[in-house]
Ligand binder design. Structure first.
Ligand code: MN
Length: 234
């Protein structure tokens, strides 16, 4: 017998799938830190291949962004230094523990362009005080994601430009091939820490040039082959 909820809650987050009426249900949101050398340097870290590290955002922080048009993105509370981090998002159709690197891509459903929006002042304070990162990284609506492109249509993008502009001015511009840890490596290593499951999405790290945005500005994030998303901050 199916249990009946004692209260009503919002349904889980989903991401539209390009070329289909279907949506992808989101289970967990994992993010990798410092996965582009020049960004590692700008954050005061070591750009060498030190082991990758991961954090999570709450799965209901997903903000859906259409392939065309601009969505309104609410500026979060409790920050005066809200930053964009453009990232490729990987969506898993299956998972497991201790996934081998050579098998990792077989678990991928598709890819999208996303933003790991960050209350940088709160993240910096957490670093200084050796506290958890949630308040910096998991603000409401802090995971804008564009429509998912299935592997059947785009393959596994490993190179191509990734960029974000603010009010038309270039801010971050790099190439997916500049990732320190590849997507298969990220999936393999992450699966040693957590059992990955269908519905998990991974934000694969951001290149250099992260910076502040304000109310009234418009961010446009683009990845070659994965379209673009546009957000007006209100
Ligand atoms: Mn990030």
């Amino acid at each position: 017998m199916t249990a009946v909820f004692a209260i009503s809650i919002e349904p889980r987050a989903t991401i539209p799938v390009v070329g289909s009426d279907q949506v992808f249900p989101v289970r967990r949101i994992y993010c990798i830190g410092r996965n582009y050398a020049a960004h590692a340097r700008e954050m005061g870290g070591d750009p060498n291949r030190e082991p990758p590290f991961f954090f999570q955002k709450a799965s209901d922080t997903v903000q859906n962004c259409p392939a065309n048009g601009t969505v309104q993105h609410p500026y979060p509370t409790m920050t005066a230094n809200y930053h964009h981090e453009v990232e490729m998002v990987v969506a898993l159709k299956s998972g497991g523990r201790d996934i081998a690197e050579k098998d990792a891509l077989s678990h991928v459903f598709g890819y999208a362009v996303g933003l790991d929006m960050t209350r940088r002042d709160l993240q910096d304070e957490a670093k200084t005080l050796k506290r958890p990162w949630e308040v910096g990284k998991s603000a409401d609506h802090s995971a804008p994601v564009g429509p998912l492109y299935p592997v059947s249509s785009v393959g596994h993008p490993a190179k191509g430009s990734i960029s974000v502009s603010v009010n038309g001015e270039p801010r971050q511009s790099s190439d997916l091939s500049d990732m320190i840890w590849s997507v298969p490596e990220q999936i393999a290593i992450l699966s040693r820490y957590f059992e990955l499951k269908a519905g998990d999405i991974i934000f694969t790290g951001t290149p250099e040039g992260v910076g502040k945005v304000q109310r009234g500005e418009t961010m446009r994030a683009v990845i070659d082959g994965l379209g673009e998303i546009s957000l007006h901050i209100v």
